[in-house]
Design a protein around this ligand. Structure first.
Ligand code: OAD
Length: 262
């Protein structure tokens, strides 16, 4: 990680009027959740996410798609936010305005204490019905690990409340994300490969609207031309930004207990 870039971004962060933050699976990697591109192991190793997370796949084999999501939900039991999530939660109070947009469905930003989280791809801990999107009690879903139960209202099958490939993003969240790309003066793109639209375009859109765009990722391929790039793990880079901007030691964000307010 380039130290002068780190210090520059820390100062920009401290003086920013509106900070936009887009996160992807990488921010949860240090919590032990495999990223999307790394996650297909075991029974699902031969299936691409893009072939499982679709309405067509569910219609064709609902049990299989349901079990895949159940396995992903089980993986989240006993996972906790890491320093990257905690810094973002802390920043919500520390900067003038912060808009947090996540592609993640794991709820770890909320667990870290982020007051408002705009979930672009839904949340895997919620369930709705396939046909009309009626909300379904999570306890009902949890009691059916092998096959999706029926919706008590309309009888169609239960499905996870996540956005599958080919589905439209929630309009309100998309609008908020769009606004953030227009109005933020500093826009972070953290832990995302940029493979999935429209989120992949947000960094570029923010850049075109005049924001300083900062990518945080260990993979140099994720850098956005014209933006800044802080190479490294988000759980390491983000605490360093706070250290250089506010003088708060990185170790503060390691502590599970003091996650929320300082
Ligand atoms: P990916 O799995 O495509 O990319 C994860 C990114 O995180 C990669 O660029 C890694 O280099 C980076 N990364 C890994 N560890 C990291 C760390 N500790 N700190 C920072 N970055 C790290 O995940 P997404 O880009 O989030 O969509 O995937 C986008 C969407 O594709 C997902 O929301 C999902 C998926 O298929 C739907 O389900 C609709």
């Amino acid at each position: 990680m380039n130290k002068s870039d780190l210090i520059k971004v820390a100062h920009l962060l401290k003086s920013a009027r509106h900070v936009g933050v887009l996160t992807g699976a990488g921010i949860s990697a240090e919590s032990g959740i495999p990223t999307f591109r790394d996650s297909q192991t075991g029974l699902w190793a031969n299936f691409k996410v893009e072939d499982l997370a679709t309405r067509e796949a569910f219609e064709c084999n609902p049990d299989f798609v349901w079990q895949w999501h159940v396995a992903r939900r089980i993986m989240l039991i006993n996972t906790f936010p890491n320093p990257g999530h905690r810094v973002i939660a802390w920043l919500a109070d520390a900067v003038d305005q912060l808009t947090l947009i996540t592609q993640n469905v794991d709820g770890l930003h909320q667990a870290a204490g982020s007051p408002i989280v705009h979930e672009l791809h839904g949340n895997i801990k919620r369930t709705k019905c396939f046909k009309y999107g009626h909300p379904i009690e999570q306890s009902l879903a949890d009691n059916h690990p092998d096959s999706p139960p029926e919706c008590p209202v309309c009888g169609s099958l239960a499905r996870p409340d996540v956005v599958w490939f080919g589905e439209v993003l929630p309009t309100k969240v998309f609008g908020i994300a769009n606004d953030a790309t227009i109005h933020a003066d500093l826009f972070f793109v953290i832990g995302t490969s940029g493979h999935v639209q429209p989120a992949a375009a947000f960094g570029l859109m923010a850049l075109e609207s005049g924001a300083t765009v900062v990518v945080i990722n260990p993979d140099p391929d994720s850098a956005i031309p014209g933006g800044m790039f802080l190479q490294g793990l988000s759980g390491v880079v983000l605490p360093q930004l706070v250290k250089h901007g506010w003088g708060i030691p990185a170790s503060v964000f390691q502590d599970q207990v003091s996650t929320r307010k300082f």
